[in-house]
Design a binder for this molecule. Structure first.
Ligand code: ADP
Ligand code: MG
Length: 253
């Protein structure tokens, strides 16, 4: 089966700073991969490369078997046009640490926006689906609320519903609970856990080791732009082989 994400020898530089130094990993359909590692290790950059927000300098990156941002003819790579890139990005949902909701729109309007504007769905159909999605993230009673009237955890759940509204094949999460008050973290992780159970393919950058242990099919520990260790959580978190992984876990657990 074609992996949903396939990274082969990914390199990324910002000027002279090499941030990703040859990353290899795969995520299969319905799998959850958790990226863990210290600040500055390149986790966000890797997610941003998958979602076309950064261009890689070397290596090959495929989503659903398609090269991200390029078309290959023989040995040569051609950059995709903007509309082709937009097409590829539609299959990917992303949730950031900060919720980035549209402040002047209600929760329901936030979730409806992309299906109506980008996919040209009718408002009626988009509204029905948005209601289902708000229900799925436990916010059926908040559809008329504006972001400022919602807690951080509720806003983040709207952000998840908004990403799901585009019916992505892959969901990327970049520390989705890091900006939340501790008592609000559980609800957001609960929604993500349910999403995983429903079979969504996910790549999650997180410091929530308990979540990674319970939900991840594979954990990748990154440090200094390389994947130091990867495998099932029982191995990487439960019985790490590398000293760098052990010292990181000793600090966060
Ligand atoms: P993490 O998410 O693991 O904390 P990041 O991917 O955000 O790490 O950052 C990895 C490194 O790349 C850091 O040294 C960071 O300062 C650098 N970096 C990230 N984005 C940029 C950028 N746009 N320009 C220059 N350096 C960047
Ligand atoms: Mg980051």
């Amino acid at each position: 089966m074609t992996p949903v994400v396939q990274a082969q020898g990914i390199h990324k530089r910002f000027g002279r700073l090499e941030v990703l130094k040859g990353i290899d990993f795969e995520v299969q359909e319905r799998e959850v991969a958790c990226l863990i590692g210290p600040s500055g290790s390149g986790k966000s950059t890797l997610l941003r490369c998958i979602n076309h927000l950064e261009k890689i300098n070397a290596g090959r990156l495929y989503v659903d078997g398609e090269l991200v941002g390029y078309r290959q003819r023989g040995e040569k790579l051609y950059e995709l046009r903007d509309n082709e890139i937009a097409q590829q990005r539609r299959n990917i949902g992303m949730v950031f640490q900060r919720f980035n909701l549209f402040p002047h729109m209600t929760a329901l309007e936030n979730v409806m926006e992309a299906p109506v504007q980008v996919r040209r769905e009718s408002r009626q159909a988009a509204r029905e689906r948005a209601r289902e999605l708000l229900d799925r993230v436990g916010l059926a009673d908040k559809e008329k609320s504006y972001p400022a009237q919602l807690s951080g955890g509720q806003q983040q759940r709207v952000a998840i519903a908004r990403a799901l509204a585009m019916q992505p094949r892959l969901m990327l999460f970049d520390e989705p609970t890091s900006a939340l008050d501790p008592e609000l973290v559980g609800d957001v992780l609960g929604v993500m856990r349910q999403l995983a159970r429903d079979g969504m393919t996910m790549v999650v950058v997180t410091h929530e080791m308990q979540f990674a242990r319970e939900v991840a099919d594979k954990v990748l520990f990154m440090d200094g732009g390389v994947v130091v260790e990867q495998g099932p959580p029982s191995q990487v978190i439960g019985a790490p082989q590398q000293e760098r992984t052990r010292s990181f876990l000793a600090r966060v657990l």
